[in-house]
Design a protein around this ligand. Structure first.
Ligand code: PGA
Length: 251
């Protein structure tokens, strides 16, 4: 852990208004005393407005899990950056592996979304990560290069500095298999080197890179102890107030 940690949760397609509000009320109460790290949750679109309202003025931030890159138009079923901002949410998760692999999002599309989010003043978390067969085939570096370079294509250094990256090896998501702290740290180092090659070392060193993939209360401390891991993106374990609080309060 090299910089101010960002501990984030991704609710995916879980929770409703009542259970979501219950959860954030507990988080608010549990985490009000947290001063040395940032807390962020990515909630379903339908919950953005009520949860942003509930968390207004607190230290728990809210974001959407996806968006389209246009600001408005005939794009049935999509949500724009302006509509996300209108709910009170200030963050957006982009390029999550489920968007890439279940919904076929390409690096090109994700790059357009990233540019649009930044142009509209939304703070993006960009996800990258390899599949199991890519890891086993020795292609981690190649995949991370393609996804990072593709995601950051034509982004200025000033814009890039506003992006948070989440390294989420696809084989570790929702499977209970976490990357070892050493493997995760190594991948984060590779991503930082790629960023330094696109921009410069200082820019790369200042960017936060989160780890995601089966982060739990009992493995978060080891992960967060690593120098290149600047936070977590937590799926399943972010749905329970006590567990997520323990993750936020890693030691
Ligand atoms: P998981 O999900 O913690 O349930 O593995 C992580 C994610 O998909 O962001």
């Amino acid at each position: 852990m090299a910089k101010r940690p960002l501990m984030s949760g991704n609710w995916k397609m879980y929770m409703n208004t009542a259970s979501g509000l219950d959860l954030v009320k507990s988080l608010k109460a549990n985490c009000g005393d947290v001063k040395d790290r940032d807390i962020l949750i990515f909630v379903p679109f339908t919950l953005l407005a009520p949860i942003a309202k509930e968390l207004d003025g607190t230290n728990v931030w809210v974001g959407a899990q996806n968006m389209y890159f246009e600001k408005e138009g005939a794009f049935t079923g999509e949500i724009s950056p302006l509509q996300i901002l209108d709910t009170g949410a200030k963050w957006v998760l982009l390029g999550h592996s489920e968007r890439r692999h279940v919904f076929g999002e390409t690096n090109d599309l994700i790059n357009k979304k990233l540019k649009s989010a930044l142009a509209h003043g939304l703070k993006p978390v960009l996800c990258v990560g390899e599949l199991l067969e890519e890891r086993e085939g020795g292609k981690i570096e190649e995949v991370l290069k393609t996804q990072t370079k593709g995601g950051f294509k034509e982004l200025s250094k000033e814009d890039a500095a506003k992006v948070v990256i989440a390294y989420e090896p696809v084989w570790a998501i929702g499977t209970g298999k976490t990357a070892s702290p050493e493997d995760a740290d190594e991948a984060h180092k590779i991503i930082r080197e790629i960023l330094a090659s696109i921009y410069d070392q200082g820019t790369a060193d200042n960017m936060r890179i989160l780890y995601g993939g089966s982060v739990k209360p009992d493995n978060v401390d080891g992960l967060m102890a690593k120098p290149n891991i600047d936070g977590s993106l937590v799926g399943g374990a972010s749905l329970k107030a006590d567990g997520f609080t323990r993750i936020v309060k890693f030691q």
